[in-house]
Design a protein around this ligand. Structure first.
Ligand code: SF4
Ligand code: SF4
Length: 345
């Protein structure tokens, strides 16, 4: 594999788990999916579209500094796949999207978490001409648009998602400066946190990044290492470091049976609660993918129990996600609703 001068090492950290496949060979993500071309930085981008249920413009990046066994984006995060795009090309798409925005959120709602408060993406108001029972009833049907992943509003947020190379933050910084200068969009980075050293966080703050969606994959360092290829020591400090710098923050973790269960999630929740109990925390249900296809999905009872334990710590904004994974019947739905109410998902 190509040897590189890892910029994390220069800051006292260990390199990520950054191998990506390029035409059957292994390379390093920051070589295979990030380059300088004719004086401009370019990133390999797999797709750009309005995503559901987040209801914002997502930029799906190829190549990642972790190699998660459960990655749902492995076919472009672990393999170099996509088209080279410069910050100017990202800007063009952001400008076009800005003109299509149908729902303007204040900065503190520049999260995926808040999306479901305005629309559940059921499409009922368009297809059936009436709202569904789960509809929050706040988005007018004329603000609901069709995108490749279904119906919903277009919120004024642009997010970097998929593979994460925040260890080399300049591409994000250059894109953000242009987007903030030329549009009214908030800029969100969905991140595993591995590349977010203090220096990189400072740089992204100066560049104008508004928000982070931090995926804390495990509290136990050995579990994190097994899952992702890397330790989580610096990641566990990030909620505090991000809030200190004025970023909007939301956290997510996956419930993975026999690996990241109630105790792990409670430890992550404690960490969040110490920083600010209003930080939104989503617990997603794991479903088998990539190198964890023989793992089970969590039961509804385990998800409900985890939710109750986390709420009892005093966190105010907790939600369960990937509901379809553990709520399979009407009976399940009624059980969930009777145990937690409709605010929990
Ligand atoms: S606004 Fe329309 S698409 Fe959104 S949840 Fe309500 S009925 Fe469904
Ligand atoms: S950090 Fe995200 S994109 Fe990267 S390997 Fe892990 S799950 Fe996949």
């Amino acid at each position: 594999m190509t040897k590189v001068d890892c910029k994390l090492v220069a800051q006292g950290f260990k390199p990520g788990s950054c191998a990506v496949e390029v035409n059957g060979k292994r390379s390093v993500a920051c070589v295979a999916t990030l380059r300088k071309h004719e004086g401009s930085l370019q990133r390999l981008i797999s797709a750009v579209h309005l995503s559901r249920p987040e209801n914002y413009l997502s930029i799906y990046q190829s190549g990642c500094n972790l190699s998660c066994r459960k990655c749902h984006s492995w076919y472009f995060s672990q393999e170099a796949k996509g088209q080279w795009q410069s910050p100017e090309q990202i800007l063009e798409q952001a400008i076009a999207y800005d003109k299509q925005v149908t729902l303007h959120e204040p900065r503190e709602r520049a999260t995926a978490w808040h999306a479901s408060e305005s629309c559940r993406c059921c499409g009922s108001c368009i297809v059936n001409d009436k709202r569904s029972d789960s509809c929050p009833g706040v988005t007018p049907p004329e603000s609901v648009v069709l995108s490749p992943q279904g119906f919903g509003p277009a919120r004024n947020i642009v997010a970097f998602t998929g593979g994460d190379l925040t260890c080399l933050p300049e591409f994000y910084g250059e894109c953000t400066r242009l987007i903030k200068d030329r549009t009214k969009l908030w800029v969100l980075i969905e991140t595993n946190g591995y590349g977010l050293t203090s220096r990189n966080l400072d740089y992204l703050q100066e560049s104008g990044v508004d928000a982070f969606w931090l995926d804390i994959k495990a509290f136990d360092p050995r579990t994190h290492k097994w899952l992702t290829g890397c330790t989580n020591e610096s990641i566990l400090h990030l909620p505090e470091e991000m809030v200190k710098r004025g970023f909007v923050l939301e956290v997510l973790s996956l419930y993975i049976p026999n690996l990241v269960e109630g105790d792990e999630l409670v430890n992550i929740a404690r960490l969040i609660e110490k920083v600010d109990r209003t930080i939104p925390f989503t617990v997603l249900a794991f479903f088998p993918e990539y190198r964890m296809r023989d793992y089970q999905t969590p039961t509804i009872e385990k998800m409900v129990e985890a939710y109750k334990r986390i709420k009892s710590l005093g966190l105010e904004n907790v939600r369960l996600g990937n509901i379809g994974v553990f709520v399979r019947t009407e009976e399940d739905r009624q059980y969930l609703s009777s145990q937690l109410g409709d605010e929990a998902y």
